[in-house]
Design a protein around this ligand. Structure first.
Ligand code: CU
Length: 510
């Protein structure tokens, strides 16, 4: 039985249990049933006895905190969907409406964001746009039409701030696959991998510089003022702003060597759908002796599927890549970073008939370049309007955390008070010309729309459609999107520390 069907059956049973609890509440009267009144300003629970409680949902997700076992004797407390990490793989069919019940068994309001899907504001899972919260000890039923096809995901969208149990630091991440009429690439089987760190802690170190991009994506006109601002701050005796580090690293919730290996046969073509579910980290992956034929980025088929020895995956990005299993052995499929890999960021690939200790070998040096997957020589039409976006870091300016600004404005922590900063009209094409005046890489994300990468690393490009883009340190990039999904639209850096401390803004349809 495909995985998704077993989840569906489980969900139906869970729904019946919760429906039984709800009717018991009715028998005991309003007093017992309404002990947990929704907090002020939150969407009320639907009235009892409506269709909402008499027809089962297609899927049920239950948000609750509990223990998850990353390895023997490494059991951590985390908030998850349905008591598991990652959350259940939800398989939808493009353009076929689904109903999802989301129960929140925690004491704090929740938001469930359908990342990469073109859903309305009411469903999207962003309070900044206007999505109602899932109340503490309450639930919310949503119905929407999944689109576009491809590899998407769902995750919490609440602010964590300095609380490392909240937001995406916990286990609230799960994969979504929307089946379209045509699936990219020829393959024998599919494997979903969710990369995620646990046990976060703060440090004062500056982030390590990374040379994952080529050609040199640094722009002197951005670097000089950025470095000068940092130098001035440190000269005043201000330490570096807080960064987050982790003690445990996992793929599909298990540290390297502690989950089931991926068992393969020689000659098999395995399509890996890799999701970086991290709150803050950029990840890399290599499989010794094998290459990855990248067929889709963020779930969208790429115009030019080419083979690469290494995958670089920014926070919230997805890569779908086919690996032809033609190098028999037992291998570590893991992160290039020795320290992260030795703390768990990897999974074992085991060929049939092979045994022994899994082997790792560092791949050749390789730089990541989105334009590699574009059609050579293709160009894109002119936008109707271009917005300039300048991103700045104010070192340790917000109670020891770096404050982030877009065109000089930090998004307020009480996001409800933000006036949309950008205005768009339905049907028009917009270009975002982004300049990063900081040394950090920013995985920028636009909600409810896909965008086309139109300039990267100083090169014009076309045809690569994404919903997250790693903007290099002191780098520039341009992305175009068509305003085709009316309603407030959130734009933010997907690095949790950055979005929580200002790196967000709103687009408004007028
Ligand atoms: Cu960022």
């Amino acid at each position: 039985m495909p995985k998704s069907e077993s989840f569906l059956r489980l969900d139906r049973r869970r729904f019946l249990e919760s429906a039984a609890v709800a009717s018991a509440g009715m028998l005991f009267g309003a007093g017992a049933g309404s002990a947990e009144a929704p907090a002020r300003g939150l969407a009320p629970l639907a009235p009892r006895g409506t269709a909402q409680e008499t027809s089962p949902a297609d899927y049920t997700l239950r948000i609750a905190t509990g223990p998850i076992e990353l390895a023997p004797n490494r059991i951590v407390s985390a908030t998850t969907y349905n008591g598991q990490f990652p959350g259940p793989l939800l398989r939808f069919k493009e353009d076929q409406p689904v109903t999802v019940d989301v129960h929140n068994d925690t004491d704090t309001p929740e938001q469930l964001h359908w990342h990469g899907e073109m859903v309305p504001v009411d469903v999207d899972g962003s309070s900044e746009e206007g999505t109602p919260f899932i109340p503490p000890r309450g639930s919310r039923r949503i119905t929407f039409t999944p689109r576009p096809s491809g590899f998407r995901f769902y995750h919490t969208h609440v602010r964590a701030g300095a609380n490392l149990f909240n937001g995406q630091y916990g286990g609230l991440v799960g994969p979504v696959y929307i089946e379209g009429r045509e699936e990219p690439g020829r393959h024998d089987r599919e494997v979903f991998l969710t990369l995620k760190e646990f046990e976060p802690w703060f440090s004062r170190g500056g982030d390590m510089a990374s040379d994952l991009f080529r050609p040199s994506t640094e722009v002197a006109a951005l670097k000089e003022p950025g470095e000068a601002a940092m130098k001035a701050s440190l000269a005043k005796g201000t330490p570096h702003g807080y960064e987050v580090n982790y003690r445990s690293f996992t793929i599909n919730g298990k540290m390297l060597g502690h989950g089931e290996p991926i068992r393969v046969k020689q000659g098999e073509r395995v399509l890996f759908h890799v999701l970086n579910g991290s709150a803050t980290e950029i990840r890399s992956l290599a499989l010794p002796g094998h290459t990855f034929r990248v067929v889709a980025l963020d779930g969208n088929p790429v115009p030019n599927p080419v083979s690469v020895p290494v995958l670089w995956i920014g926070t919230a990005e997805r890569v779908s890549a086919i690996v032809e299993m033609n190098h028999p052995g037992v291998w570590v499929f893991g992160d290039l970073d020795d320290d992260d890999r030795s703390h768990g960021m990897g999974i074992v690939i085991e060929y049939a008939g092979r045994s022994g200790k899994p082997l790792w070998a560092a791949p050749p040096k390789f730089h990541w370049d989105y334009t590699r997957f574009a059609k050579p020589g293709a160009s894109t039409g002119a936008p109707d309007e271009t917005f300039d976006m300048r991103f700045d870091k104010q070192n340790a300016a917000d109670e020891g955390f770096n404050r982030w600004t877009i065109n000089g404005v930090a998004f307020p922590k009480d996001g409800m008070k933000m006036e949309p900063a950008f205005r768009v009209r339905e049907g028009k094409r917009y270009r975002l010309r982004m300049s990063n005046y900081s040394d950090d890489i920013h995985p920028i994300h636009l909600h409810r729309h896909s965008f086309e990468v139109t300039r990267f690393g100083g090169k014009a490009t076309a045809g690569v459609m994404k919903d997250v883009l790693m903007l290099p340190g002191y780098g520039e990039a341009e992305i175009d999107f068509v305003a085709d999904n009316p309603g407030n639209t959130l734009f933010h850096c997907h690095q949790q520390l950055h979005m929580d401390f200002g790196f967000m803004t709103l687009f408004e349809y007028v």
